[in-house]
Unconditional design. Structure first.
Lengths: 175, 175
DNA sequence: GTTTCCATGTAATCTGTTACATGATTCT
DNA sequence: AGAATCATGTAACAGATTACATGGAAAC
């Protein structure tokens, strides 16, 4: 049920069309809550039906501009304050780790090297994003920076973990 | 498509019934790839149809014992070695961070304190699991330990991040 | 004998992805 | 004139959750 809240949240920055919101979902929000066009248009329809947003302008090319209603804002605040966030559980990356004994040690090490490389790469891409946005907006986007920092720390953690895990495997190899 | 591989992976430890596997999905695998009864029984049916597992014994109470086939093992290895794992993107916990400007600073700080507490609690529960299993199996379960370590590091990272984020907000408050 | 555990299955619903379909406007 | 971009929508399907339904076997 979070896509609806993501949409409501984006509309707090001002009225926007489905198409506008989609750019954000494919941009800054892609790392946190990706959404497809299909899904977003459907959700905006439901949101309008529920009275959490309203169509405030119909422009060229059938463009509909949605605006957050008081009910919508209330729902968003409720979600922010009262609904317990859930830790994301599913990770096919970790699931594979459980079954690495099925393949041989060399392949398992290769897998972990891959996770290390992946972490480094993703970390670098987040760092690049950070350097693009940081200078312009000093504390307007505090919360954006805080979210980004989570990603930087996650990827750094994964890199360190992958290195550590490779060392653990090296120990097993010796014994 | 990972539930099927989780099931295949568990069957490498030996034949088991849907019910048996379900215990594992609700136990050690719950943190990595939870699955419901409904879904698992359905998947086992499909897996049998596809020839990746076979029913090797029908016991009391309609119990069916599934065994991994050579095709099943091959598919599992293929998934382990050739299919790129995906980083889990969606996090409603981080999505909320993007919209914390909607609520006031005190509430935002409260949110971050909550994340800190959550991380501490989850970390402790993982630590407890670690201490339960570690003594028995020294290196039989290397990969289990490696997966668990990821969780320990993740939760520690989140705790530190939450503390840091609260400090960032304190700076904003002053200014 | 009744509660608990073993054991499997179906149906309804929700969320999300991919693909298909359409058309207006702007830019070159 | 043709390409790129703006803009919205539908359909089919896959994956996951919740609830419903059933019944055998063991334990107390």
């Amino acid at each position: 049920m979070s896509l609806r809240h993501a949409a409501l949240g984006l509309l707090t920055f001002g009225p926007a069309s489905g198409y506008d919101l989609l750019q954000t979902f494919h941009g800054s929000l892609a790392n946190v809550w990706p959404a497809t066009q299909s899904q977003l248009y459907g959700e905006l329809g439901k949101l309008a039906e529920a009275g959490l947003v309203t169509v405030t302008e119909e422009g060229a090319r059938r463009r509909k501009e949605y605006t957050l209603t008081a009910d919508g804002l209330a729902e968003l605040k409720h979600w922010l304050v009262d609904v317990e966030p859930s830790m994301p559980r599913r990770s096919d990356m970790l699931l594979r780790v459980f079954f690495l004994n099925v393949i041989d040690l060399a392949q398992a090490e290769e897998y972990l090297r891959g996770r290390e490389a992946e972490a480094i790469e993703y970390h670098a891409s987040l760092r690049a994003t950070q350097e693009q946005i940081a200078p312009e907006t000093m504390d307007l986007a505090v919360y954006g920076r805080i979210a980004l920092e989570w990603g930087l720390r996650l990827t750094e953690m994964q890199r360190e973990w992958a290195v550590w895990a490779q060392e653990e495997l090296a120990k097993v190899k010796k014994a």
